[in-house]
Design a protein around this ligand. Sequence first.
Ligand code: GUN
Length: 308
Amino acid sequence: MTRVIDGRAIAATLRARIAAEVADLVAETGVRPRLHVLLVGEDPASLAYVRTKEKMAREVGIDGRLERFPGTIGEARLVARIAELNADPAVHGILVQLPLPPQVRTSAVLEAIAPGKDVDGFHPLNAGRLATLSGPPPEDLLVPCTPRGCLLLLEEVLGRGGLCGKRALVLGRSTIVGRPMAALLLAHDATVTIAHSKSRELAEECRRAEILVAAVGRPGLVRGAWLSAGAVVVDVGINRIRAADGTSRLVGDVAFAEALGRVAAITPVPGGVGPMTVACLLDNTLRACRARLAAEGRGSRWPRRSSS
Ligand code: GUN
């Protein structure tokens, strides 16, 4: 029997804990965490994502704000707005939705965000701290949300410490998912391989994996026959497939129906990794707010909990 990992339910539990902690923080300090989301352009998928982030923030008591800019905006104007948000003590988390239009350098924008407000964990300082970790990340490190969500799902199935010594394969080497995912798995003592579009013998690499995280954005790339019995599969792919009759549906990077009955556990698409990403973003916003208050000598009590 394959366990279908219910990301929606696990994310709801995480959000309930965040909501309780936000309520405690507001009661103790009078400070409400604020998340500022910046969206450039009109891409419908990006707009849907940021609206979800804003709505979920509000549901846990975080002050989520969305600011939109025309797709023609210049890099200097966007960077100047980020500088204002960096300087605003009421703002604890800043997120610039990617991708950005070609006239704006993504690296310039991400490097402009103050590392302490970088709730995406994409600033080179945060990425560097993650890359050089020995052991699980400390509470005050802002780790990219999708990989952290994947890690929490893996720990839900394998238990704490359950990654130790396991052969893990990460498909995809993006800075948003693949690379930070590999760093997190390594920090939890897995034996990590990263495969990508130039890798040879992908099927063979997959067969060896006890843990597989697929993040390549290619619908159904990973076939059921590539997976080993007993593998735990986390599918990060969100690919929209259009049928001839004009309807569309979302599928992952793994051929889900083929994997069912073969692997030990797998995340569905939708309803697997996606809700965890948003929950981890809210958690990062709360962490960023706490770290700021602690640095100011206010409300420095961190709830004791795991730091995966
Ligand atoms: N676009 C796709 N995924 C992400 C993400 O995790 N963060 C941001 N900022 N943009 C994205």
